[in-house]
Ligand binder design. Structure first.
Ligand SMILES: [Zn+2]
Length: 420
């Protein structure tokens, strides 16, 4: 299990490095492309190439995000392991503390028994001294021995009386000594048992200390694993940030090329207008299925598709509700179907914009116009000009934001117009 973890960490780190390398290689390609674009006339194929790069990068980011997710889930596992180890270490420490208390109280009891033993020995000693004194007194009085005492009897009656006394004294001394001996042995026995208990408690404490030290080792190992996962995550995040910076740079290049193309188209349009003596600026309308293409047919550059954009770092999704088609300022915008104009006005996001209700739950929206050429409430026919392309509202360049809704829900307008 330990080995499996290590392998995963290595894999993650390798993935991060691979991502980094891919990012650097991509940067080389893009820089190269940018140089080429700058050196020659801007063209749609350059934009397409840059957009391909953006797609590659999106895939790269997805992979990095997957790696980050897997690192995160490993981190969660390791965190759980660390918490479990912490709990076990705490309980082991508590048990060690209990054993220490037990050892302390056993030692107190042993010391007490030791004292009792000393007292018993003293008593025995005293008793022995008393006995000796008594014997000495008897000796000094001429009664050097029990035998002498007995033999000093005047008659049988005296002898029996003396014999009685002597044996009583002897019996008393004997009992006393035996009692003292028994007491001493009992204390020594208790003390030996307490010492055995203390030995067991010390063994138990030793075992607990060994297992605590093993747990400490495991904890150190898991903390190290956590550190490695965190640094792997940092690497992946760094690669991710690098790719995002790259994306910004590519998007800036695309904007630049698109602007150049628009300027070029505008220049040609003016040239033609000058030559044709103020003739129509468009080649008329084209039909795509049920819809009239909302711009002159030549303008088919999609600068932003319909759909959700995934921001893996923030985790936020944002819907682009229509399709953005690049066209020079002033290019005519046509009604996609006949209908009633329900909005013709200005908003900070859409700039000058028009919404047409076509019936059957279908509405279309045309945004960022430089000029509106219809009014709210007007009835328009399919292909009728309703405004001019511009860059009003939240817009970075001249384009038409075209949107189709059916029963209130957004449709992929780019697909409807056959743009992709
Ligand atoms: Zn748009």
């Amino acid at each position: 299990m330990k080995r499996a973890k290590k392998k995963t960490i290595t894999r993650v780190a390798a993935g991060a490095i691979a991502g980094l390398l891919a990012g650097l290689m991509l940067f080389g390609l893009v820089a190269d492309l940018f140089f080429r674009v700058s050196a020659s006339a801007a063209s749609q194929s350059d934009v397409d190439a840059l957009k391909d790069k953006l797609e590659d990068q999106a895939a790269e980011k997805k992979e990095l995000q997957a790696e980050l997710n897997s690192i995160d889930s490993e981190k969660a596992t390791v965190k759980e392991q660390i918490e479990a180890l912490d709990a076990r270490i705490n309980s082991t420490e508590e048990q060690i503390e209990l054993q220490n208390d037990l050892i302390d109280s056993l030692e107190e009891m042993i010391a007490q028994k030791e004292e009792e033993l000393v007292e018993a020995r003293q008593k025995e000693e005293e008793q022995y001294e008393k006995f000796k004194t008594r014997v000495r007194v008897m000796y000094e009085q001429g009664e050097t021995s029990y035998l002498e005492v007995l033999l000093s009897a005047d008659d049988l009656s005296d002898f029996l009386s003396k014999y009685e006394i002597v044996s009583q004294i002897a019996e008393y001394d004997k009992n006393l000594f035996e009692e003292l001996k028994a007491l001493k042995e009992e204390i020594a026995q208790t003390k030996a048992e307490l010492e055995e208990d203390r030995q067991q408690a010390e063994n138990a404490r030793k075992e607990l200390e060994v297992s605590k030290s093993e747990l400490d080792t495991q904890l150190a190992n898991r903390s190290q694993a956590m550190k490695e996962l965190e640094s792997a995550a940092e690497e992946v995040k760094a690669s991710f940030a690098e790719i995002e910076a790259e994306e910004n740079s590519i998007n800036a290049q695309i904007d630049k090329i698109v602007k150049e193309m628009e300027a070029e188209a505008e220049r040609k349009r003016r040239e033609e207008a000058a030559q044709g003596g103020g003739g129509s600026s468009s080649s008329g309308t084209t039909q795509v299925g049920n819809y009239t293409y909302p711009l002159p047919s030549g303008y088919r550059t999609v600068s932003s598709r319909f759909g959700y954009r995934n921001h893996p770092v923030t985790g936020r999704y944002k819907l682009h509700t229509g399709v953005d088609i690049s066209a020079p300022n002033g290019t005519p915008i046509y009604a996609a179907q006949s209908g009633a104009v329900i909005i013709a006005g200005y908003s900070s996001a859409w700039g000058n914009y028009v919404v047409i209700n076509h019936g059957n739950g279908i509405t279309t929206l045309y945004a960022h116009m430089s000029k509106i050429l219809t009014t709210k409430g007007a009835t328009v026919s399919a292909g009728q000009q309703i405004g001019k392309v511009g860059s009003t509202g939240y817009s970075t360049g001249n384009h038409l934001h075209f949107e189709v809704r059916q029963n209130g829900s957004y449709q992929d307008a780019g697909r409807i117009l056959g743009l992709y």
